[in-house]
Design a binder for this molecule. Structure first.
Ligand SMILES: [Zn+2]
Length: 469
């Protein structure tokens, strides 16, 4: 304990021990919504009570009309690639997170490998210096050369590893089998971008002469590619007993494979991105190259299946797959969609999409919202119950939102470095109003209210991942 913490504690004792009280809210607990508020001391929740039982504090916030839930954990976000800082960085990406109610970012490698202690430690330093919100990391991309680094990085607090079954980091079933065995031995998980390269190679031939139409990007990557890859990965998880996490599910067929595997007791979890919950394939020619990402937008029926999977608990969590780029890299695909960067903004949109398209359209309940956005990612990454829950002793990471506020989405309100948003011009109902990281308000009413320097690297606990989150 440093002396500054000791003096801080002494000051808290003098005034009854509470730094911050948020009252008059509806609290989103694991059991549902209840009226009341929270008290925070030293960055952790110390009181959860009805309003008449809340003490006075230095800072008191009236949250009348709003709902308070644990901050979101964005478990798949490409925020800080040291060689791609023109796309995003901890400075800009963590502001986007704060503006979306995200209090913990799990950064995933974009193009630069994170497969050494040195590379990891450099990224941790970048996060501590520049991030507004708490953070941790995926390591990867796992291949036959770097697989031996798994136990070393787990020892450093990283328990999440990424691999691909398709380009540009394609590995075969042998590597995935070994990686699943290795990570499970140490209590981690392997996340696999699951599209079958053989299917992609063959189907893209059908699009020759049609690449000027953005929808060709989706048609060249059929649902079958996802289904085949998931089926194979699930069988490897079944054989090894390792925890397989399927990245960004998009298809009915893929979801069916996961549901069947879960029913058979295979340790498999999955995630969905906001763009796949909002848009569908036919939007691509209207939206142009901005709507290019992998896996691509699918059909309306697939989109409906994703909402159903989220509500029924087949999909465990929501993530952004935040991977925007300078607009020139999108415009490069105006004549030929193959030339455009694949990836969109997202971390500022997860909660907005879940409220506007989920809660307010009757596709999602509040208790599922809590599970998929906060609680389940905390469990999957071994951060629970420090993160992801309103509980005495948990970190005071909150988002306070107005479930009814109408907002027109424009690039002006977005904090990403990219300067554009896929959601431009949409009117959405339900918006984050304030965000707190360990008791410090980082965002309020459209403005960033804090400076970097207080964020903490989160060690993934491992071992806290029961079957079926
Ligand atoms: Zn990604």
């Amino acid at each position: 304990m440093s002396s500054s913490i000791t003096s801080k504690h002494r000051k808290q004792m003098d005034r009854g021990g509470v730094d911050l009280v948020i009252r008059n809210a509806q609290l989103l607990l694991e059991s549902g919504l209840v009226r009341g508020g929270v008290g925070v001391s030293g960055g952790v929740i110390t009181i959860i009570a009805t309003d008449e039982h809340l003490p006075d504090a230095d800072t008191t916030i009236d949250a009348k009309g709003y709902i308070l839930m644990p901050g979101l954990i964005d478990g798949h976000a490409h925020i800080h690639d040291p060689n791609m800082l023109s796309h995003e960085s901890f400075q800009s990406g963590s502001r986007a997170a704060a503006g979306g109610g995200v209090t913990t970012l799990i950064d995933m490698p974009l193009t630069t490998q994170v497969d050494s202690v040195t590379g990891l430690e450099e990224k941790i330093q970048q996060g501590i210096s520049h991030s507004l919100v708490d953070f941790s990391f995926y390591a990867g991309m796992i291949n036959s050369e770097n697989i031996s680094v798994v136990p070393i990085l787990i020892d450093k607090g990283i328990a999440a590893f990424k691999a691909f079954t398709c380009e540009p980091f394609q590995v075969g079933a042998g590597v995935i089998t070994k990686a699943l065995s290795e990570v499970s031995e140490y209590g981690g998980h392997l996340t696999v971008h699951s599209e079958d390269q053989g299917v992609l190679d063959e189907f893209k031939k059908d699009m020759d002469g049609e690449w000027d139409a953005p929808i060709s990007h989706s048609l060249a990557r059929p649902n079958l590619a996802e289904q085949i890859a998931i089926r194979q990965n699930v069988s490897l998880a079944e054989q090894t007993g390792g925890h397989l996490h399927i990245a960004h599910i998009t298809t009915r067929e893929g979801l069916f494979e996961i549901e069947r595997a879960k029913l058979h007791g295979v340790m498999v979890t999955t995630e969905v991105c906001p763009h796949h919950l909002v848009f569908y394939r036919d939007d691509m020619n209207r939206l142009g190259p901005r709507s290019k990402m992998n896996p691509p937008l699918r059909t309306k029926e697939d989109r409906a299946a994703l909402w159903s999977g989220l509500l029924r608990g087949i999909i465990d969590m929501t993530v952004s797959d935040h991977a925007p780029c300078p607009i020139e890299k999108k415009d490069a695909g105006k004549e030929d969609i193959r030339e455009a960067w694949s990836g969109v903004d997202g971390t500022q949109m997860i909660l907005r999409v879940l409220l506007s398209e989920g809660i307010n359209k009757g596709r999602l309940s509040f208790t599922r919202l809590l599970r998929v956005a906060s609680r389940n990612p905390a469990r999957i990454f071994g951060l629970y119950p420090k993160k992801g829950v309103l509980r005495i002793g948990s970190d005071a990471d909150f988002v306070i939102f107005d479930p009814n506020r109408e907002e027109k989405i424009t690039a002006d309100m977005m904090f990403s470095k990219c300067g554009w948003t896929l959601y431009e011009g949409m009117t959405m109902r339900g918006a984050p109003v304030m965000t707190f990281v360990r008791g410090i308000q980082v965002y309020g009413e459209g403005k960033i209210l804090s400076k970097p320097g207080r964020s903490e690297f989160q060690v993934m606990g491992g071992g806290n991942r029961p079957r079926g989150v």
